[in-house]
Design a protein around this ligand. Structure first.
Ligand SMILES: Nc1ncnc2c1ncn2[C@@H]1O[C@H](COP(=O)(O)OP(=O)(O)O)[C@@H](O)[C@H]1O
Ligand SMILES: [Mg+2]
Length: 356
């Protein structure tokens, strides 16, 4: 099984990141705020539910600022095994640990001149928080196993779902690091609070998923989307549309291709075998009921298969994440990372207890 890539690099000159689309008042205000923030070099702490566009906002801040021609690097702090973290962030010298044969750059060196997004920064272990604070104060890093410091010039952006103050109050996030990172706060509103953006978002996403093709939504589709709570926000909308596109007939997405979870805001149980359908037949959500399963792009098939297996493990483990992770051969952090990527949400607590 391939492990998720914990970080992505956008070097200067690559294709521009997608824009933050939407004409609702909150989105207009957000874009204006990003324009102002981009001009200064201060750290920014971005807060918002999963899939609201935190990474996109960070890319926009970078792209509109003076560092645009230097790298933008995003790292998911929840996805790096703790033992590898220091080498990953600061680089390492040959022989620093077993298996470290070559000199390696860290993320800070790679982002030199540009911006580094620390995604899910509240997942950083306390020991790593101390090391990060030191780097931010001294603007110098030392490779693991190295003896000399190197100067690094990096704009730090960070993202979390609930904001960093919560971690400080809970004692899991250092207050001194909080003050370093939380200089400017940027909050991204959930999609259900800006439903007026849905149409534009659908157009933008469909143009991205099916470039050059004319795809339209049947009239009731937009109404159904507007009635749904989208716990996974724009990322979930992308998933819903990608799946719907596979079932679109003559370029029209109809209501029955939409497969929205029936209980708004709770776990999308559609990926479980429907009652009475043997698991073997229900290997992909919704498809066993359609006779001949359509051929899908492999990436999409694999994503759905991964989603299905993770959901199955969660249900069998009664949403006990550690147990589900063990069954899947993943660490809890890896499981959480994949769940976030696939916009898998656990049901609300009362449904969990209802699960017999
Ligand atoms: N306002 C928006 N306009 C267009 N696409 C968006 C918007 N917000 C989010 N997206 C898309 O939704 C997906 C999730 O966005 P991302 O920035 O990764 O969210 P987060 O980091 O908050 O989980 C990405 O594919 C992104 O391009
Ligand atoms: Mg993200």
């Amino acid at each position: 099984m391939s492990s998720p890539r914990p970080h992505t690099v956008t070097a200067a000159g690559m294709a521009p990141a997608p824009q933050l689309s939407g004409n609702s008042l909150p989105m207009q205000a957000l874009r204006a705020q990003i324009g102002r923030i981009a001009r200064c070099g201060a750290p920014v702490a971005i807060r918002g539910e999963s899939g609201t566009g935190k990474e996109l906002a960070a890319r926009a801040i970078h792209a509109q600022g003076a560092r645009a021609s230097f790298p933008f690097i995003a790292v998911n702090c929840g996805a790096i095994p703790e033992a590898l973290m220091e080498a990953e962030f600061f680089g390492c010298r040959p022989g620093a640990y077993t298996g470290a044969r070559h000199e390696r750059q860290g993320l800070f060196q790679a982002a030199h001149g540009g911006s580094l997004l620390l995604d899910e920064v509240d997942d950083l272990p306390l020991a790593m928080q101390v090391k990060l604070l030191r780097v931010l104060q001294e603007r110098r890093v030392r490779k693991l196993g190295g003896s000399a410091d190197e100067a690094v010039d990096v704009r730090i952006l960070c993202a979390s779902q609930h904001g960093l103050a919560r971690g400080v109050a809970a004692g899991t996030f250092r207050q001194d690091l909080f003050y370093r990172l939380n200089v400017i706060e940027l909050a991204l509103p959930p999609l259900r609070e800006r439903r007026g953006d849905l149409q534009v978002l659908c157009e933008v996403i469909l143009a991205r998923l099916a470039p050059g093709q004319a795809v339209s939504l049947a009239p009731p589709v937009l109404a159904a989307l507007a009635a749904y709570a989208f716990p996974g926000n724009v990322r979930e909308l992308e998933n819903v549309l990608e799946r719907a596109l596979a079932f679109a007939d003559g370029g029209v997405i109809a209501l029955d291709g939409l497969a929205l979870p029936s209980v708004a805001g709770s776990m999308p149980l559609r990926a479980l075998p429907p009652p009475g359908v043997p698991e073997r037949q229900a290997c992909l959500p919704g498809m066993a009921l359609r006779g001949v399963a359509p051929v899908l792009p492999l990436e999409m098939y694999l994503r759905q298969a991964e989603r299905d297996m993770i959901m199955r493990a969660l249900v069998q483990a009664r949403y006990h994440r550690a147990r589900a992770a063990r069954q899947l051969g993943l660490s809890v952090r890896q499981l959480r990372y994949r769940m976030q990527k696939l916009t898998i949400q656990e049901p609300l607590l009362d449904e969990r207890m209802d699960d017999r």
